[in-house]
Design a protein around this ligand. Structure first.
Ligand SMILES: CC(=O)SCCNC(=O)CCNC(=O)[C@H](O)C(C)(C)COP(=O)(O)OP(=O)(O)OC[C@H]1O[C@@H](n2cnc3c(N)ncnc32)[C@H](O)[C@@H]1OP(=O)(O)O
Ligand SMILES: CC(C)C(=O)C(=O)O
Length: 514
């Protein structure tokens, strides 16, 4: 297997993400984690940018022992001198020099002709060579540079003493075929190409940063540059974790590998996200929260039978504990039953089916059904009393300038569905008056409490009521994503228990079993 060197630039290009500013302590913390991850090279900053960045690069250079530490520099002596100062204590220092080469950058930004670009870069490399044995040179915006000029620039860099020539697609403009072709062309046409390593540095403006980096590998690149979580200027850089996992997972195709300790990937991603304040999108490849989560029934069934049906990478590979089966409205019975077993419930098929129907009802109204929701649903089901009345529908009218009213539909065993409307002091009072009207029961509401079962705006609300009738009390519980519906369900549940107690005195209140 061919080794691909990993050049991490989280601390330099990653820090160029708008809004990100890492202090020295944070840079050192990330650098030490990158060292554990096993990156070969890490760009710690741009020492000429500020005294703070120079100090941070110096601190990283002193802390890191097992990776080459790199500082970025324009093709100017003052920048090179700042990098010398920053990297003076590094065990394996490297200077990263750059100068733009594309027609757009030459004309509008540098205001230089081609020969001036060549001269300026060569002078800088030769100056730096007095102090650094390792120099990487980047023709900035190589992606939009004329290919024949890029060949000329690369030959100049090799002659002047560069050890790595990096090809940046600075604005993420190219597609994999075009980017791969640059490497092929340089390999075939540059005199002395065997003396240096070729590197790829891609940006994600068109979402092709990882694909372009892999195309470079296929066409002879020795090194890939990127950042953790793909952070960086504008749409970001190639995500190192994506390249590493693509090479590891498809070694059959790429025939190349990295020295990364893949088990450190999840931890590194979390640290970078925390210290940069840049959340990782849920659907981000490899490190997103959903990368190893399965929600739909057919996928969950496949996963339970054989994980490779829906997972090409195991979560353990990147240091995560396990895949997640997330219950939601697309889930099926296999995953639901598995969850019940996990939570300690052993139910007969019929009970599973009843609980599953309730689960689908909740899942229709809620984004995720949590473990707490399932406990609450099952406890409600297990505690069900013989239902004389079963709740059907509810409609409530509330306005702070009008009297609240509620229309309730309830089915009575052997009598069918009945409907009643009533007003009240508040919405719950109106609901309870309507139920009283329907059932004809005279009860007192002894206690009413409400709590949220899980978190978030769509959390299940659980209402608990105690009803009193002629010295007999009964509790009732109602569960719904809507607290008014939960209130109605709890009241009907308590009424059923009250009637049950009246009809069979001495029977234990099943609620006490919960
Ligand atoms: C593609 C990339 O990611 S490149 C890295 C980008 N990162 C950064 O720019 C972060 C750090 N930068 C900084 O802190 C500042 O830009 C500094 C300290 C480097 C320079 O600041 P200033 O001196 O105020 O210059 P400013 O940034 O406004 O303009 C850049 C100047 O450098 C020139 N320049 C740009 N790239 C290079 C280069 N590779 N080599 C030499 N000169 C360059 C520009 O033409 C411009 O020159 P001019 O002043 O003669 O017109
Ligand atoms: C300095 C260079 C490599 C760069 O960051 C870019 O061109 O994107």
């Amino acid at each position: 297997m061919r080794k691909i060197y990993i050049f991490d630039t989280t601390l330099r290009d990653g820090e160029q993400s708008p809004g990100v500013n890492l202090n020295t302590k944070e840079k050192v913390e990330i650098a030490l984690q990158l060292e554990k991850l096993g990156v070969d090279r890490m760009e710690a900053g741009f020492p000429a940018a500020s005294p703070g960045d120079l100090a941070a690069v110096n601190a990283v250079a002193r802390a890191v022992k097992n990776a080459s530490v790199i500082g970025l520099s324009r093709s100017r002596e003052q920048d090179i001198d700042a990098a010398r100062e920053a990297l003076k204590d590094a065990q394996d220092p490297c200077l990263h020099l750059f100068l733009a080469t594309s027609p757009i950058h030459r004309k509008h930004k540098l205001r230089m002709e081609k020969d001036q670009v060549l001269e300026t870069a060569e002078r800088a490399i030769r100056y730096a060579k007095q102090y650094f044995s390792k120099i990487e040179f980047s023709p900035e915006d190589a992606g939009r540079t004329e290919l024949d000029f890029l060949v000329q620039v690369t030959e100049m860099a090799i002659r002047a003493g560069a050890t790595v020539v990096n090809i940046p697609d600075t604005v993420g403009y190219l597609n994999p075929l075009e980017f791969g072709n640059i490497f092929k062309t340089l390999k075939e046409n540059v005199t002395g190409i065997e003396k240096i390593q070729l590197s790829a540095h891609c940006h994600d403006d068109l979402g092709m940063a990882t694909a372009n980096a892999l195309a470079a590998v296929l066409n002879g690149a020795d090194q890939i540059e990127g950042t953790i979580n793909g952070i960086g200027e504008r749409a970001g850089n190639t995500a190192i974790e994506e390249v590493a996992l693509a090479l590891a997972t498809r070694a059959d195709y790429f025939g190349a590998t990295t020295s990364l300790n893949l088990k450190e990937i999840a931890k590194t991603s979390r640290l970078v996200s925390k210290l940069t304040g840049m959340p990782v999108p849920g659907n981000k490849a490899i490190v997103g929260a959903n990368a190893f989560a399965h929600e739909s029934g057919i996928h969950q069934d496949g996963m339970l039978k054989e994980k490779t049906t829906y997972e090409i990478i195991s979560p353990e590979t990147i240091g995560l504990k396990e895949s997640k089966l997330v219950l939601g409205k697309h889930s099926g019975r296999h995953a639901f039953r598995e969850k019940l077993i996990d939570l300690g419930y052993e139910l007969e098929d019929e009970a599973v089916n009843a609980a599953f129907a309730k689960f689908k009802d909740v899942a229709d109204r809620k984004k995720d059904v949590t473990d707490e929701d399932i406990h609450a649903m099952l406890e409600e089901k297990l505690a069900e009393s013989p239902s004389i009345y079963s709740f059907q529908t509810i409609e409530v009218h509330y306005g702070n300038q009008s009297v609240p009213s509620a229309t309730i539909r309830i089915e009575k065993t052997n009598e069918g569905v009945k409907e009643a409307t009533a007003e009240g002091n508040g919405s719950v009072d109106a609901i309870y008056n309507a139920i009283d009207k329907l059932t004809g029961e005279e009860v007192e509401l002894e206690d009413y409490s409400i709590k949220s079962v899980s978190h978030g705006k769509d959390a299940l609300g659980e209402v608990h009521v105690v009803l009193l009738q002629n010295d007999v009390t009964a509790q009732g519980r109602g569960l719904s994503t809507d607290i008014l519906e939960a209130s109605a369900r709890a009241y009907v549940d308590a009424l059923n228990r009250l009637i049950d107690k009246r009809q069979s005195p001495g029977r234990r209140d099943k609620m006490s079993l919960i």
